[in-house]
Write a protein that binds this ligand. Sequence first.
Ligand SMILES: [Zn+2]
Length: 363
Amino acid sequence: MGNGSGSLRLISGVGAKGPACFLLETAGKRLMLDLGEGPPPGLFPDVHGVGAIDALVLSHGHKDHVGGLSLLSKLGNPPIYATEIVARALPEGTDVRPLPVGGRSDILGIAVETGRNGHAPGGIWLRFAIGDGFIYSGDISAESLLYAYDPPPTTTELALLDCSYGSYEQPIASCWSKLAAFAEKGPLLLPVPANGRGPEIALAFFRHSRSDIYVDDAMRTALHRLAGSDSLSLLADAGSDIKRLAGAAKPIDGPRGIMLAASADGTSGMTGHLFAEWEKAREPAIVFTGYVNPTTPADRLVKSGRAQFMRWNVHPRLSDTIALVRSLQAKTVIPAFCDRAQLPALAAALGPARVTMDATIAL
Ligand SMILES: [Zn+2]
């Protein structure tokens, strides 16, 4: 852009897999976009020297986007903008101002348009009316079987986009084929985040006529919420199936059927207990479907060969990103949530847009 509308500072989340944290300065306001922790527990953005901000804006409720709220006292304890679905999961007493899951609103006088991100309950992308447009995707997916994705408006000059998978290209249909093959061999435990791909994978099995689906309390709560208060985030055809699934899923009681339980890495929740019980046993098979965090029980199980990893897409494939960049007519793209080593491949694929990981971008 460079027409003097402000600047965007990439504090964390670009150039290496790390917590999301970006600072948008425009119209005399300082808005932070996401404030995460991890993936490795205890990894926080370096907000030293940032000073007071006017607002924190949250894209969705995953830990690598909201886990850093303990840092807010160093940032002047600003108000938080988030959708009501995301706000419900934040610590009690948090000063939250609601954003719609879709439509136009404003943040401290800056016009913003939001849409559903196809990735998590209450999750959104944000398009700011600054210069010729700036979009922050947060995490997005156009492939979800469960979560609705609203295509962002065209003509957006600057795009900070979820490129978590770099140049990966497998469609979600091939994820399903691989997972179904695991499930045919016998009992299967899937450690999952309950507020993300957990309910989506359960729905895939349910729609393939599996009646032996077992879930922990976190998954059960998530399914009931999706059938009720979180249903705004669902694809139109998913609501009734999720409602039936919420009623049909049984509690986990021994190694049988398809079991889905949180947390995804075994550091907390029911999987922590189940790993202790089943790590030395032959059954059930254990399959991780998301990023395997180093230093967690998940990492140990995969390294020892007791568990397997196969990805279930919850981020865009390269072809999805190419299509999005073309439809936005973006002139500059900042690929987020992947390693700097991906930059040449992404630059080649996304041209003629300029692809950059520079720490500060003029708006
Ligand atoms: Zn996420």
